[in-house]
Design a binder for this molecule. Structure first.
Ligand SMILES: Nc1ncnc2c1ncn2[C@@H]1O[C@H](COP(=O)(O)OP(=O)(O)O)[C@@H](O)[C@H]1O
Ligand SMILES: [Mg+2]
Length: 400
């Protein structure tokens, strides 16, 4: 075991992951942050960051390789951690170049590229919606003749339902492809599988899922993104057959995708035939306050555990698996008409978190009793729609 502190270099294309930075520092790591010049004034926890490096673009090659190589002449780096989904592949490329541990490019793609994850999922026997790449037009025509619509034409590397088009016939597909031009190979076409959407947030150590919490979105995220509404998700009854089914699929995915350690946010659709289909996965903590949601239900902070995992690995120590307290939580978030909506009328003792974000209303409730969580979010969902809800058009790309 080395005496010098473990140095973790974090990449952030967006303002994210402050809990990771704090946790890494708290356990004695040296914390370096590489982020965009534009984000210099975000409220980064400067007191826990040993050095911060600003670049015009964190993802640009070979600039980022040159920059990190220059930095590494004077500072040995043990681990590279992406704080945002958009940094997962940059981190993978840097790990490959500098021969550092963690997800490399091939496996990184399984967690970032929706075509790669679909292909790999099918390979390892996970049920997936029918899909095709947008490369060869004969294959595309064959898919559209074989698989009944509606379909979704979706970007291979976006998040938050951005850029997803629901299409109903081949004419619509050709029109979109015309519009997309040279961008079309960055999309895939797949069957739209109607059903509710679920997510499993898990911690992976030594290639195994060591903690996983199953949740169900009240409405499919695409509906909320396209039609507006209150975003709601809550913990599933832990011992239900559905929860057990997606936890098992999640384990199969982690092993089959070759994740050695880290956190994963994985989604499934339950179709009308009662079967679960793998929707997507990401090697990160889920957005939309899933960090606080899981902390409320399980008593475990995913960002903090990720820091513990990386530090333990770098020190050659055993990672101490946290205990899931096995409770229940639900989150509600919506766009609000007012800049700072007044949530003072929401006072139940089960409220454990209040979102502080302009033009948003958000709450997390938690209880050992799942029925209580269900009752509260049902009532709050209706009240949110009445008290706060604003609807904005969906985005195709994240804002700059
Ligand atoms: N094949 C599909 N069938 C039905 N709904 C889908 C399908 N693909 C995506 N969706 C809907 O779009 C949402 C976003 O898609 P997803 O693949 O999870 O991408 P993102 O990274 O944007 O979350 C899903 O939560 C679901 O509501
Ligand atoms: Mg998703």
């Amino acid at each position: 075991m080395s005496e010098s502190p473990v140095t973790i270099l974090c990449l952030a294309s967006y303002f994210k992951g402050t809990t990771f930075l704090r946790a890494a520092k708290a356990i004695g790591c040296r914390v370096l942050l590489v982020t965009r010049e534009k984000l210099a004034d975000e409220p980064w926890p400067r007191e826990v960051i040993d050095e911060i490096f600003l670049m015009p673009d964190v993802a640009k090659q070979p600039d980022i390789i040159y920059a990190i190589a220059y930095l590494m002449r004077g500072t040995a780096v043990d681990q590279i951690v992406p704080l945002d989904d958009y940094d997962v592949l940059t981190a993978a490329a840097l790990r490959e170049h500098f021969r550092l541990p963690g997800l490399g490019v091939t496996h990184g793609r399984y967690f970032r590229d929706k075509l790669a994850m679909r292909t790999q999922a099918r390979q390892i026997g996970l049920p997936v919606p029918e899909f095709t790449a947008v490369f060869n037009y004969d294959c595309l025509r064959d898919f559209m003749a074989r698989v009944s619509p509606p379909w979704v034409l979706k970007p291979r590397a976006e998040a938050g339902a951005m850029g997803i088009k629901k299409v109903h016939n081949s004419e619509e597909v050709w029109r979109w492809l015309d519009k997309l031009g040279d961008e079309q190979s960055y999309f895939l076409l797949e069957q739209f599988v109607p059903g509710l959407v679920y997510h499993v947030d898990s911690i992976v150590s030594e290639g195994e899922v060591v903690l996983a919490v199953p949740h169900q979105y009240a409405q499919p995220p695409l509906n909320v993104a396209h039609d507006g509404g209150v975003f709601v998700t809550r913990t599933m009854r832990r011992d239900s057959a559905d929860a057990q089914a997606i936890l098992a699929l999640n384990r199969q995915m982690v092993v089959g995708f070759g994740m050695a350690r880290g956190v994963a946010h994985t989604e499934f659709i339950k179709a009308d035939d009662g079967r679960f289909y793998f929707l997507e996965t990401a090697a990160r903590v889920g957005g939309a306050n899933i960090e606080e949601l899981v902390a409320a239900a399980a008593g475990v902070n995913l960002w903090g555990e990720w820091a513990n995992l990386e530090a333990a690995h770098a020190r050659g120590e055993q990672y101490i698996i946290p205990t899931d307290k096995g409770e229940y939580a639900g989150v509600l978030i919506c766009l609000a008409r007012e800049e700072w909506p007044d949530l003072s009328g929401y006072q139940d003792a089960e409220i454990v978190f209040r979102l502080h974000k302009k033009f948003h209303a958000g709450l997390i409730v938690a209880s050992p009793d799942r029925d209580r969580v269900e009752t509260l979010i049902a009532a709050y969902g209706q009240r949110f729609a009445y008290d706060f809800l604003a609807v904005a058009p969906p985005l195709d790309k994240p804002p700059e």
